[in-house]
Design a protein around this ligand. Structure first.
Ligand code: ATP
Ligand code: MG
Length: 263
C-alpha cells in the first residue's frame, strides 16, 4: 500500500509559485529522500505535506485517505500519525528534555502523568539517550539535540516521520550515528520516512528512492534509486548534484569506516 500519494501539488507563498504540479508516492516502510539545490522548495514541500502550508491546488492522500479535503477531526487524526523533525530541532529551550517529549503526548493523548513519564523514558532509550530527562536543550551536544528531537517525533509511535535536514550541522561521525539511528527506527518499527537532505553519505546509506527537485522547473527532474541518479550522465542538472559533492565525501569508503560506530 502507498503511505503517501501527492498528486499535482502546487505550492506558493502568495503570488510566488514555488512548486507546480508535483506528483509522487511513497510506499509503506519506504525511505524517500527529497533532494535538490538550496531554495528549490524542499522545505516548502514538506510544509505542505504536514499541514503547515495550504497548497494552491492538488491532493495529498495518506494511506488512501484525502488529507486536504478531510474534516478537521480527520485531519487531526492523520496529523497524530506523523512525527516531524524540523531543520532547527525546534526543542523548546525553556523546557527540560522530558517536558519537550511529553508535549505531543499531552496534546494528543489522555495518558496519565506516570504513563507519560514511562513513555518519555522509553523513547529516550530508543534514541540512545537514557536518563537525560531533567536536562535542558542547551546542556546537550548538537547530536544529542537531534536525538532528543527524534525522541519527540517518535512519541506518538508515528507511521510516518518527516525529517528536514536531520544531519545538518553535525560532524561527519555524529551524522553517521544519526543515520544509523534512523535506519534502526525504520527497521524496528516499519516507519515510513520522508527525509530532506543534501548529504550524499546519508542518501547512499539510507534512501530506497530519491526525488530531485529543481527550482527553475519548479518540480521533480529525476526520480529513482541513489545509484541510478548518480549514474545519470545525460542530464547535467542531475549529474551536477552528485558530482559537485563528490569532492566532499566518497560515500562508499566513508560509510565503510563508520558503520561500526555506536553513539
Ligand atoms: N515564508 C515564505 N514566504 C515567501 N517565500 C518563502 C517563504 N519560505 C520560503 N520562501 C521561498 O521559497 C523558496 C523555496 O524555499 P524552501 O525553504 O522551500 O527551499 P529549500 O529547498 O528548503 O532550501 P534550503 O536547502 O536552503 O533549506 C525560496 O525561494 C524561498 O526564498
Ligand atoms: Mg529547507
Amino acid at each position: 500500500m502507498n503511505a503517501i500519494e501527492v498528486e499535482n501539488l502546487t505550492c506558493a507563498y502568495g503570488d510566488k509559485t514555488i512548486l507546480k504540479d508535483v506528483s509522487f508516492s511513497v510506499k509503506e516502510r519506504e525511505i524517500l529522500f527529497i533532494i535538490g539545490g538550496s531554495g528549490c522548495g524542499k522545505s516548502t514541500l514538506l510544509r505542505c505535506m504536514i499541514g503547515l502550508l495550504a497548497p494552491k491546488s492538488g491532493e495529498i492522500r495518506y494511506f488512501e485517505k484525502s488529507f486536504l479535503n478531510a474534516s478537521e477531526e480527520e485531519q487531526r487524526h492523520i496529523l497524530k500519525s506523523f512525527g516531524v523533525l524540523y531543520q532547527s530541532n525546534a526543542l523548546w529551550s525553556s523546557m527540560t528534555i522530558a517536558e519537550n517529549i511529553a508535549l505531543p503526548l499531552e496534546q494528543y493523548t489522555t495518558h496519565t502523568k506516570t504513563e507519560i513519564a514511562e513513555k518519555v523514558a522509553l523513547k529516550l532509550e530508543q534514541v540512545g539517550l537514557p536518563g537525560v530527562q531533567e536536562l535542558y536543550p542547551r546542556e546537550l551536544s548538537g547530536g544529542m539535540k537531534k536525538r532528543a528531537a527524534l525522541a519527540r517525533a517518535l512519541a506518538l509511535d508515528p507511521k510516518i516521520v518527516f525529517f528536514d535536514e536531520p544531519t545538518s550541522g553535525l560532524d561527519p561521525v555524529t551524522a553517521r550515528g544519526m543515520d544509523d539511528l534512523i535506519l534502526e527506527v525504520s527497521k524496528t518499527f516499519g516507519t515510513t520516512m520522508v527525509i530532506v537532505s543534501h548529504e550524499l553519505a546519508s542518501i547512499f546509506s539510507l534512501a530506497h528512492r530519491v526525488i530531485l527537485l529543481d527550482g527553475e522547473v519548479q518540480g521533480i527532474i529525476a526520480e529513482g534509486s541513489p545509484e541510478k541518479l548518480a549514474a545519470e550522465r545525460n542530464d547535467k542538472r542531475v549529474a551536477n548534484f552528485f558530482t559537485n559533492r563528490k569532492s566532499n565525501i566518497n560515500p562508499a569508503s566513508f560509510w565503510g569506516q563508520c558503520s561500526n560506530f555506536k553513539f
